[in-house]
Write a protein that binds this ligand. Structure first.
Ligand SMILES: NC(=O)c1ccc[n+]([C@@H]2O[C@H](COP(=O)([O-])OP(=O)(O)OC[C@H]3O[C@@H](n4cnc5c(N)ncnc54)[C@H](O)[C@@H]3O)[C@@H](O)[C@H]2O)c1
Length: 357
């Protein structure tokens, strides 16, 4: 075990620990003195059954399919009743094992059941290991509003076992790489160009290094602004467009890949406003398009896309709140009107992607 980072939060410090195997992470959980209540991605439970068996022998898990529907507010009662059926009490520890969806559900339950329970997190996707695991947030969908409700409660500890990544398919790896590219873009053009030069899909050591660098970049923002009142907003770079793309395509595009395309579109919008240079936009574009792969050609109905943009919780009044890169490549929040010119930029962007593939 290696303690790789210690994160400051309103609940005190919490550690992010690296474990050499799934079995080692399980052993660490079994060493806890409290009773455990595992909330586990059912696919992960199946794929890693032998390593997780000792945990499940001690504490039966509540299994959840990782779908956006399942992190909707309407499903929270089922999840709460599921863990109550397992005998959960306020002094037990919820253990979330899964990707961002399981994390969001478990964090929300831990924040609200008994008005607060301790929880620990074992992130199993690249996106969760490199990005979502730290930052204290739960994000719950309400009807068609993505991530509308939520709470801030950090896990007591995060156990990262890169071995979980062995069972991820390439789409899920690319999704996580999208968030890795995003935080490196926030760290500046040089950091982005450096990570873009690595073979993150093919070289596991490079990928592991990028996970820890991505977390340490994100750490600066979440420690400065844990409750997302200002500086942390920029972590939403690519997300307004990305969420709208997910919604307009009925989640056919994985989250981090939608964010990848969202960054590229944000760069087009910024360049059209005369902010980001066309040169910088065009330097980033092939890297982002390569990570998006076949998803760049996904048909996006413009009316549904704009309807979803209109539901973005960051909007202010009738204006969209986008995170855009400025002329120096720095991210900042910009309020943008819904104009025919903006719609034309988005329409041309999607048409160009389809033509290019
Ligand atoms: N709360 C936050 O701070 C935060 C931040 C970023 C994203 N999110 C949310 O996270 C969600 C996306 O999360 P995600 O991309 O981690 O994926 P996910 O939880 O949606 O899982 C994606 C797929 O991978 C499978 N899976 C998980 N681990 C696996 C493994 N080790 N091997 C094989 N398959 C595995 C899942 O069953 C699912 O089919 C979105 O809902 C997004 O809004 C939350």
């Amino acid at each position: 075990m290696t303690v790789r980072m210690t994160i400051r939060s309103h609940r005190g410090d919490y550690a992010v620990v690296e474990d050499p195997s799934v079995a080692a992470a399980v052993e660490r959980l079994l060493a806890l003195p409290e009773r455990l209540v595992p909330i586990v991605d059912e696919r992960v439970a199946r794929l890693h059954a032998p390593s997780l068996a000792p945990l499940f022998e001690r504490a039966a898990p509540h299994l959840i399919e990782a779908t956006e529907d399942n992190k909707g507010l309407a499903r929270m009662e089922d999840h709460a009743l599921g863990v109550m059926r397992l005998g959960a009490r306020r002094d037990h520890v919820l253990v979330a094992i899964g990707g961002g969806i399981l994390q969001d559900i478990a964090c929300f339950l831990a924040s609200t059941l008994f008005r607060g329970m301790a929880w620990e997190l074992v992130p199993t996707t690249l996106l969760a290991q490199a990005d979502s695991a730290i930052g204290s947030k739960s994000s719950i969908n309400v009807g068609r509003y993505k991530n509308l409700m939520g709470t801030f409660l950090p896990p007591r500890r995060i156990l990262v076992a890169p071995a979980f990544l062995d069972t991820l398919d390439e789409d899920a790896l690319r999704s996580g790489i999208g968030e890795i590219l995003k935080v490196h873009a926030l760290a500046g053009p040089a950091a982005f160009d450096e990570v873009a030069g690595l073979d993150l899909l093919g070289d596991r050591a490079a990928l592991t290094g990028a996970i820890w660098r991505a977390l340490s970049i994100k750490q600066r923002y979440i420690e400065e602004d844990e409750f997302d009142r200002g500086p942390r907003n920029v972590l939403n770079y690519g997300h307004s467009f990305g969420h709208a793309l997910e919604s307009a395509t009925d989640f056919a595009v994985p989250h981090g890949i939608a964010v990848t395309l969202g960054m590229d579109l944000a760069n087009h919008v910024s360049a059209a406003r005369g902010d980001l240079s066309a040169g910088r936009r065009d330097r980033m574009r092939p890297i982002l398009l390569a990570n998006a792969g076949r998803f760049a050609a996904t048909p996006v109905p413009l009316d549904r896309f704009f309807a979803a943009l209109g539901r973005d919780k960051k909007n202010e009044g009738a204006r969209f709140a986008f995170i855009l890169l400025d002329a120096h490549g720095a991210a900042r929040k910009v309020l943008v009107d819904d104009t025919p010119a903006l719609r034309a930029t988005c329409e041309a962007y999607f048409a160009a992607n389809r033509a290019a593939s």
